[in-house]
Design a protein around this ligand. Structure first.
Ligand code: TEU
Ligand code: CA
Length: 564
């Protein structure tokens, strides 16, 4: 049985600060903007805010390139604004989780400026420098954002490693001084009342010291070297050390962003007795629509895979460890456009997916705008896009004379900017996000999809989220209950039971537009069922066993019953 912990009972809300709320009309969201919306967030019922990076940054990758870990970026405000936000949260009984980006810094960070200045500078070894090989890069690794993962620096005639953009040099975790600087910085924030960290690409910090060439999968000069920098040999040691030096001293929550981790590996990361991390973000679900060549290749996802992956994680983390439940974030397309239907059944399917996320074992994470069913965007021209990953991919595609129509199509469907358009507050110009010109255009559908509209409509997605969150707070069953998959083989319906003490929960979800017939397996016995929540308002509040023999489910229908 899972042990009780405060962070298991929370619902987390993720904020992408650039796009949440602008307070001063410069077109970029900021800390004061967030503080002005705390009543909204409190009313929604969420307990924890996770802020994507707000530290000083030249914003090549919107804050994931940090130039000073101990100050706030100008666009976001000041340290005093941050304190006001923290206090506003704490006085409401809410918590604040900060993003921790320590795989790399910005190339504008003082450490890197020193490091590149000469080979014998004391900071040289803070980063990963190597001489070239036969006049070329030290190895063939590709960068996550295109091109080589190495950049030649004329000053000292060596290359430095950057798994992401060339403005994001990787820190050298082998160097104990680097690690201790990071631990001190973490303690500095925790001492100011931070309640936890979301750790950016934390399983990439331990590189294979040999930095071997990646085996070539195709004819391109640069190849994905993930097997040599993800889940590296010293990772466990670093995480244990971080726990001992920092995490163990505070009552906080930690969630590691870990690509390339399956449920068996996750068990080790989040095992409660090993003390590494509390939760992970894994990407097995979100990569279901990646083709063999990666995210820019389209593939249709199948419900069977969805069920298999979720069930696997639910089972394997049930005893020791904990799941994080999410289907979107700032790096991925909008959940309703991707796994639901963002036209005719936008409201129904957004509610259905929300029902899934809030009725599994684990801690739900809501990404800003998800609670009003925000959708992907289709910008008319490439100039409207801002994301470095998208723009690099486009540029490379153009160079290789790829079909322009295909290129823009895949950007519309997969690009990260889908999740980064400004939060839609009302139907006024720029969706009430800013009085100025937004740094990225708003989604033109803001006149119909916005918070103001959702507040007024009792059947809105927003009201449904409030109710779901309330249910999680009301019933420990929803948080801690175990999980049993029903109707394994059904290609359209996802259904499961949750048990906790004397209580049983039955969840029924139709994942598609076509109607489908649900029938409760004989072995599940009960007398009466009480409806806790449903996404069609006319659903009967009480049922008897006979009723569940055969239910015809409407498009994207979701029902949750408490069985007696
Ligand atoms: O993302 C990590 C990551 O693995 C990305 O490459 C991700 O796969 C990609 O965005 C999907 O296309 C984290 C942050 O969440 C992301 O915003 C940053 O750009 C990245 O790290 C570098 O810090
Ligand atoms: Ca601003």
């Amino acid at each position: 049985m899972p042990k009780k912990k405060w962070w298991k009972e929370c619902v987390v809300y993720q904020i992408y600060p650039h796009s949440f709320k602008d307070s001063n009309g410069d077109g970029t969201g900021d800390l004061k903007g967030i503080t002005s919306k705390l009543d909204y967030l409190q009313h929604l019922g969420v307990n924890v805010l996770w802020l994507c990076p707000v530290y000083s940054s030249p914003n090549v990758d919107n804050g994931y390139d940090i130039s000073d870990y101990r100050s706030i970026m100008d666009e976001m405000g000041t340290m005093a604004d941050w304190e006001e936000l923290r206090d506003g949260l704490h006085s409401r009984g809410m918590k604040l989780v900060m993003d921790l980006v320590v795989n790399h810094t910005s190339d504008q960070h003082r450490w890197f400026q020193e490091s590149r200045s000469s080979k014998d500078n004391p900071y040289r070894n803070y980063y990963i420098w190597r001489p070239g090989k036969d006049g070329k890069e030290p190895n063939n690794w590709s960068s996550e954002f295109g091109g080589s993962a190495w950049e030649y620096d004329v000053l000292t005639e060596e290359y430095y490693l950057h798994v992401f953009s060339k403005n994001q040099p990787d820190l050298n975790w082998e160097n104990k001084t680097v690690r201790y600087e990071i631990y001190a910085m973490m303690r500095w924030w925790l001492d100011q009342g931070v309640n936890g960290f979301r750790m950016d690409v934390i399983n990439m910090i331990a590189k294979d010291p040999e930095l071997p060439d990646a085996p070539p999968l195709d004819s391109s000069p640069y190849q994905w070297g993930g097997q040599f920098f993800i889940n590296g040999p010293r990772l466990r040691y670093y995480l244990r050390e971080m726990y001992v030096k920092v995490l163990s001293k505070y009552d906080i929550m930690t969630v590691g962003e870990t690509r390339w981790v399956d449920a068996d590996m996750a068990r080790i990361f989040v095992d409660e007795y090993r003390h590494e991390l509390n939760m992970l973000f894994h990407f097995e679900l979100l990569e279901l629509d990646y083709g063999p060549s990666g995210k820019w290749e389209k593939k249709t996802w199948k419900l069977a895979d969805f069920k298999r992956i979720i069930s696997d994680w639910q089972k394997k983390l049930a005893e020791s460890g904990w799941n994080s439940l999410f289907l979107s974030n700032h790096d991925h397309p909008r959940m309703v456009s991707r796994f639901g239907n963002d036209s005719t059944y936008r409201v129904e399917s957004a509610k259905m997916l929300a029902t899934l996320l809030h009725t599994l074992q684990g801690t739900p994470y809501i990404y800003q705008g998800e609670e009003i069913g925000m959708t992907n965007v289709r910008f008319p021209c490439i100039e409207d896009y801002r994301d470095i990953e998208t723009l690099n991919m486009y540029e490379e595609g153009m160079k290789n004379a790829k079909d322009l129509k295909e290129l823009t199509e895949v950007i519309c469907e997969k690009g990260r900017d889908n999740a980064r358009t400004p939060m839609q507050w009302d139907s006024s110009i720029h969706a009430g996000f800013t009085d100025g010109t937004p740094w990225i255009p708003v989604n033109p559908n803001y006149r119909d999809i916005n918070v103001e509209q959702a507040e007024q409509d009792q059947y809105s997605i927003l009201h449904y989220y409030r109710k779901l969150i309330e249910l999680r707070h009301q019933y420990p069953l929803l948080v801690y209950g175990d999980y049993h998959l029903l109707m394994h083989k059904h290609t359209q319906i996802y259904s499961y039971l949750r048990h906790w003490e004397e209580e049983t929960l039955l969840v029924i979800l139709n994942f598609f537009e076509e109607s489908a017939t649900f029938s409760l397996p004989e072995k599940v016995t009960f007398k009466t069922g009480r409806l806790l929540i449903a996404n069609y308002p006319d659903t009967n509040a009480e049922i008897v066993a006979r009723d569940l023999k055969e239910i015809s489910l409407r498009p994207f229908e979701a029902r949750v019953y408490l069985l007696n």
